[in-house]
Design a binder for this molecule. Structure first.
Ligand code: NAG
Length: 219
């Protein structure tokens, strides 16, 4: 009888855990990414752990987020990431952050983070932000944010920000992955290497092939 109860509990426990869609909690205090590690480990998002005995405070630290990013580019914005590549101590912890600088009327163009929800706050200026829900609704959710306002972009959804002021704007955002990834829609669709066939994109976007050629030349 007791054995049956234990057996059933084990079954129940395994169902709880295999149906869980995200990574399990870390099994150690930390796993500082070891850049010299030669083994690719999927278990810890591609990075093996540095020997815990040799970690130092700098493994958990990044400096420079007070510095404005260079927004002299066609979109007029710059993202300064602090993810596992910049701060190895973030490895396995499921969190990271960015600073985003915007020139007047600059945009952070439509993009998605395949592995993270993003929570953003405006530090300076005003931003128009938005995201679009999945098919078939494709509902556009948008709002103007002032300094101190907070907005969340749910994981995987296409979103953007635009500086709606005549001065520079600054935002800080947290992301729910140490390696959130970013897919900028225009670059992925029109700037892939090699190109997606212009015939395919002309049909997908219901435009003339010359329009696609023009876009592909830009990205
Ligand atoms: C900012 O980027 C532009 C374009 O790449 C470059 O010409 C300029 O020197 C950069 N400015 C600074 C301060 O780095």
């Amino acid at each position: 009888m007791a054995t049956n109860v234990i057996f059933l509990s084990i079954i129940a426990l395994s169902f709880c855990c295999i149906s869980f869609g995200f990574e399990p909690s870390p099994l150690q205090d930390f796993c500082v990414a070891d850049p010299t590690g030669s083994v690719f480990s999927a278990r810890v998002n591609g990075h093996v752990c540095k020997n815990p005995a040799s970690v130092v405070a700098n493994d958990f630290s990044f400096s420079g987020l007070h510095l404005p990013g260079n927004t002299s580019n066609p979109v007029g914005s710059r993202v300064t990431p602090v993810s596992v590549a910049q701060l190895p101590g973030l490895n396995t912890l499921g969190i990271s952050m960015v600073r985003i600088d915007y020139a007047p009327w600059g945009i952070n163009p439509p993009h998605t983070h395949p592995r993270a929800t993003e929570i953003l706050t405006v530090i300076e200026g005003s931003l128009e932000v938005g995201f679009v829900t999945s098919n078939p609704d494709n509902k556009f959710i948008t709002k103007i944010l002032q300094k101190g306002d907070v907005f969340v972009f749910p994981v995987g959804l296409v979103h953007f920000q635009r500086n709606v002021g005549t001065k520079n704007a600054v935002a800080i955002a947290g992301l729910s992955s140490q390696n959130p990834g970013v897919i900028t829609i225009a670059n992925a669709v029109f700037g892939s290497k090699p190109d997606i066939s212009a015939d395919i994109l002309a049909k997908a976007f219901q435009v003339d092939k010359s329009v696609v050629d023009q876009l592909q030349a830009k990205f």
